[in-house]
Write a protein that binds this ligand. Structure first.
Ligand code: CA
Ligand code: CA
Length: 180
């Protein structure tokens, strides 16, 4: 009886429950400033409280600016990122980067933060169909086979300024993060 229960639990944990990342502390908080990886601008940081990630952004240039952080946790498999987000109505856009078991990175654009208050959001991992010899700018690093190899190492969550010419600071909260 015990073994049967254990088996069902294991099967469910692989197929249906998704992987909660709410207990994972953000690491490698980084920025793009004017299109390049750079030190975090003054006032830009991520603070994690009880699984709520408070993302304080400061976009300082008329070029592309972004802030992003890593959540490192092995994830058996996954096709969608879900979270609850408290928006600031700025219109900046979320993104996620999925890191496969070799560290190969896959970028996926998310929704605009054109709302204030809490909202459930989802970002689907739509892997492009790869034709041989074709390279995608949205895929880089790792084993370079342009295929997500499981288990994933974790994900990167970020906010892109939208449009690039935007300048300004603000704060959004991202919590109840799951990959399923
Ligand atoms: Ca900008
Ligand atoms: Ca790969």
């Amino acid at each position: 009886m015990k073994i049967r229960y254990l088996l069902i639990t294991v099967l469910l944990s692989f197929c249906c429950w998704g992987e909660s990342l709410k207990d994972v502390a953000p690491s490698n908080v980084s920025a793009h400033v004017n299109g390049k990886v750079a030190a975090l601008p003054d006032g830009a940081f991520v603070e994690s409280r009880n699984g709520s990630n408070h993302v304080h952004y400061n976009f300082t240039t008329e070029g592309h600016d972004a802030i992003f952080f890593e959540l490192k946790k092995p994830i058996a498999e996954g096709t969608v990122f879900t979270a609850r987000v408290q928006g600031d109505g700025s219109g900046h856009r979320l993104f996620v980067v999925v890191k496969d078991n070799s560290g190969e990175s896959f970028y996926f654009a998310g929704p605009a933060i054109d709302f204030k208050g809490w909202k459930n959001i989802g970002i689907k991992f739509k892997y492009p169909k790869i034709n041989s010899g074709e390279r995608y700018a949205s895929i880089w690093g790792g084993d370079g086979n342009q295929t997500p190899d499981y288990p994933l190492q974790g994900i990167v969550v970020g906010l892109n300024d939208t449009p690039d010419t935007a300048i300004g600071s603000g704060m959004i909260v991202i919590k109840e993060i799951e990959v399923k």
